[in-house]
Design a protein around this ligand. Structure first.
Ligand SMILES: Cc1cc2nc3c(=O)[nH]c(=O)nc-3n(C[C@H](O)[C@H](O)[C@H](O)COP(=O)(O)O)c2cc1C
Length: 190
């Protein structure tokens, strides 16, 4: 069976991030056909087009672009900041999207989960992120939608998912994502 390597991006740098806990839980629940790994984005300098235009991209950008290119798919786990995508994640998307015509996102199947202590589960961030991903030609899984609210109640003291309901949903999400990657694998012709 082919294994698809999945780049996992977490839109929070916080030590006790609920999103990072969820990313780890999802990785542990991934079906065998997926091999997920977190790609760290906190050290990426803010994007400035001048460096690409001058042919001198910053080394952390180049390393990030090469790293993302080596994956078969992308999984975005993000909080909502002011009803939108946290800057650290938007910066990573912008860095990967340039130079023009060389986007590392192009055609790689992806999925989005948003997590918030609030009741509406980061819906705004989830859909702002989808807006960018549509432009970047990322086939983004549509169902199940994943707006996960009340995050403070989802994890036990060890950071594991605390109840069967969220565990079941997380497993279902990863199974659907594995099928989505299989169907939308880059280069697939039918
Ligand atoms: C700058 C900032 C803006 C925020 N805006 C929102 C928001 O629009 N909606 C929301 O549900 N939570 C918002 N929050 C609360 C975050 O959801 C909360 O801090 C969450 O724990 C962040 O995710 P993390 O646990 O993975 O770090 C905001 C937090 C910060 C720091």
């Amino acid at each position: 069976m082919r294994t698809d390597r999945i780049a996992v991006f977490v839109g929070s740098l916080r030590k006790e991030s609920f999103n990072r806990k969820m990313a780890k839980a999802l990785m542990a629940l991934a079906p065998e056909s997926l091999e997920p790994a977190i790609v760290e984005i906190g050290g990426l300098p803010l994007y400035n087009q001048d460096y690409d235009d001058e042919g001198k991209p910053l080394p952390p950008w180049t390393a990030f672009r090469e790293q993302v290119k080596s994956f078969d798919g992308t999984l975005f786990i993000t909080p909502e900041y002011n009803r939108s995508v946290p800057a650290v994640l938007k910066n990573a998307i912008d860095v990967g999207s340039r130079p023009y015509g060389k986007s590392v996102w192009d055609g790689k199947p992806g999925a989005v989960m948003s997590i918030s202590p609030g009741a509406i589960g980061g819906f705004g961030a989830n859909h702002h992120l989808r807006q960018s991903l549509v432009f970047l030609n990322v086939p983004v899984m549509q169902q199940p939608e994943a707006y996960v609210g009340n995050a403070a109640n989802l994890f036990d003291e060890n950071g594991n998912l605390a109840n069967d309901s969220i565990r079941g949903f997380a497993a279902k999400f990863m199974q659907a994502f594995a099928a989505w990657v299989e169907t939308n694998r880059a280069g697939r012709t039918q």
